[in-house]
Write a protein that binds this ligand. Structure first.
Ligand code: RIB
Length: 295
């Protein structure tokens, strides 16, 4: 079994700031770091570090070749990472004193995934394989529908939340992973228990995985609920915490591990990630995540 992650690749420009820049304000950043990122890339790195055979598909511009190299160095198969005309996707990320972030995205090459490319890639995968998607590229709806038709299990990390999400055939998902913002956007309520109730009724075949920051996480399928508290750590940079959670969660889910253990390991891995700066570089290795989970 392989996981095909058809996802975004971004160059992250990370500015360390005292506070997020306000309307009308001009402010100097304390530092700038240029990192490998994109929810897709980060999740592929997390899957690979968690020990899952991972194939990444996506598009970059010429200046983004180092992103492909980053994936390959993490052990991800990059056969379907394609160079296209135009610029690579990028993100402008402010990280404040508390380690919180806010992110401005430019799609770039992530928006140039075509149905023809999607079909070409999917033809190399079958019902035993799993497709992972995020909402940061073009063609997500087509990929989801076609992979489900082929009998592949599909997971979606529904980030970022935008109107495009509501047009997707989410009822065909095996796993839907959302944070509080995305969950509220889809369910129309900010109460996590209510979100779980609304979304499990709307998508009865889909496991909902809700990450709630310091309030932990919740998995829900039908009437079943499993809750996991967050690990207490000092946050340096929360970028890619959700991506790390997604990669580690899928490892446990695909191995058929108990949900408590799957959520617990994912929570431990993402807690370690927030103690470090950066996105893909912050994802811990499996042995490290496991040791922290057991500690
Ligand atoms: O989830 C974090 C990621 O979101 C960053 O790496 C940035 O590129 C954006 O895609």
């Amino acid at each position: 079994m392989r996981v095909l992650n058809f996802g975004s690749l971004n160059i992250d420009y990370v500015y360390q700031v005292d506070h997020f820049v306000q309307p009308g304000e001009t402010m100097s950043a304390a530092s700038l770091r240029i990192n490998c990122g994109g929810k897709g890339l980060n999740q592929s790195v997390a899957l690979a570090r968690a020990g899952v055979e991972t194939w990444h598909a996506g598009c970059i511009g010429a200046e983004g070749l180092f992103l492909k190299e980053k994936l390959a160095a993490a052990g991800v198969n990059t056969t379907f990472v394609r160079q296209v005309e135009g610029s690579t996707g990028h993100a402008i990320i402010q990280v404040d004193r508390k380690g919180q972030n806010c992110i401005l995205l430019h799609d770039g090459a992530n928006g140039r995934i075509t149905e023809a490319f999607a079909e070409e890639v999917l033809s190399a995968f079958g019902p035993e394989d799993v497709l992972l998607l995020q909402n940061e590229t073009s063609c997500v709806g087509h990929l989801l529908a076609r992979a489900a038709e082929k009998g592949m299990r599909v997971a979606l990390n529904a980030a970022p939340a935008n109107e495009r999400l509501k047009d997707l055939p989410l009822e065909r998902l095996r796993w839907l992973l959302v944070n509080e913002v995305e969950g509220a956007f889809l369910a129309g309520t900010e109460d996590p228990e209510e979100m779980a109730r609304v979304l499990t009724r709307r998508y009865p075949q889909t496991m909902l995985v809700l990450t709630l920051g310091i309030r932990g996480s919740l998995a829900a399928l039908g009437e079943e609920r499993v809750r996991m508290p967050a690990r207490r750590v000092t946050a340096v940079d929360t970028t890619a915490a959700g991506d790390t959670f997604t990669g580690y969660f899928l490892r446990g889910a695909l191995e058929g591990r108990p949900l408590e253990e799957t959520l617990g390991l994912a929570a431990a891995a993402s807690a370690l990630a927030v103690t470090r700066p950066g996105a893909a570089d912050a994802v811990p290795a499996y042995e490290e995540a496991l040791a922290f989970y057991r500690a």
